[in-house]
Design a protein around this ligand. Structure first.
Ligand SMILES: [Zn+2]
Length: 87
């Protein structure tokens, strides 16, 4: 059995369905940040387990948050990442 237990089996679930109190809102960048990579990409729902309905809303709120400068578009906008042109 070479392939057994390579990954711990963990049930994926939609966080917004599981917790009705969890706000899905562009102003809550702290929550939205869990659904984007450190480079600013929105994480696919097959990875996060978010349901189709909430992923649609989530995508919209992340894009709003980016416009409000609460989230980054790409890593080059992040001051923590060195720009190649500045070296
Ligand atoms: Zn959901």
């Amino acid at each position: 059995m070479a392939f057994r237990k390579r990954f711990a089996p963990r049930r994926k679930f939609c966080r917004f369905c599981a917790d009705k109190e969890l706000p899905l809102d562009y102003k809550r960048a702290d929550i939205l940040r869990d659904f984007v990579t450190e480079r600013g990409k929105i994480i696919a729902r097959r990875i996060t387990g978010t349901c189709a309905h909430h992923q649609r809303l989530l995508t919209r709120e992340i894009k709003r948050a980016r416009q409000m400068a609460l989230l980054i578009y790409t890593a080059t906008h992040d001051s923590n990442v060195k720009k190649k042109s500045m070296i």
